[in-house]
Design a protein around this ligand. Structure first.
Ligand code: AMP
Ligand code: ZN
Length: 139
């Protein structure tokens, strides 16, 4: 897509630090790493978000994530990997080309805010009502 930075990376118009690719996906290092080993996986075909990406490309990204996560675990000797994927400006998606973040973290490193929320019991009536609405909208 015109003007999309990740499409430009796919086309080789701007460089990336490549980690893996197959016919459907490309994986490269994030240039603003939150932690060492911060890696992105994208579909080669442009899709902005989870609502636009094809099921086959979605599957390909997540199949590749298993392969790349295995390599990250072996090389970084991390204790855990967070897989983070943002859709929409409301949740701070900055690059509007679907991408999965792989964030390796070892015990003792700074906590990842997104993985570190307090568990507070919700209101079960509200939980059931909202889940019911979502369930009835499944196509
Ligand atoms: P977000 O859209 O918030 O999920 O995050 C976009 C991510 O893309 C950020 O972590 C950026 O550091 C990363 N990013 C942006 N441009 C590049 C680039 N040219 N090469 C590698 N990573 C990039
Ligand atoms: Zn794109």
């Amino acid at each position: 897509m015109e003007g999309c930075i990740f499409c430009k990376i796919v086309k080789g118009e701007i460089p990336c630090v490549k980690i893996y690719e197959d016919d459907r996906v490309l994986s490269f290092a994030d240039i603003n790493p939150i932690l060492d080993g911060h890696t992105l996986i994208i579909p080669k075909h442009h899709a902005g978000n989870i609502w636009e990406i094809s099921a086959d490309d979605l599957a390909a990204v997540h199949r590749a994530s298993q392969k790349v996560a295995q390599a990250i675990k072996e090389t970084m000797k991390c204790d855990g990997i967070a897989c983070l994927q943002l859709n929409g400006r409301a949740v701070n998606q900055v690059v509007m080309h679907y991408h999965l973040h792989l964030l390796p973290r070892s015990d003792g490193q700074p906590a990842l805010a997104m993985t570190n929320w307090d568990l507070k019991p919700g209101n079960m009536d509200s939980i059931r009502k909202i889940a019911g609405k979502i369930a009835s909208a499944i196509k």
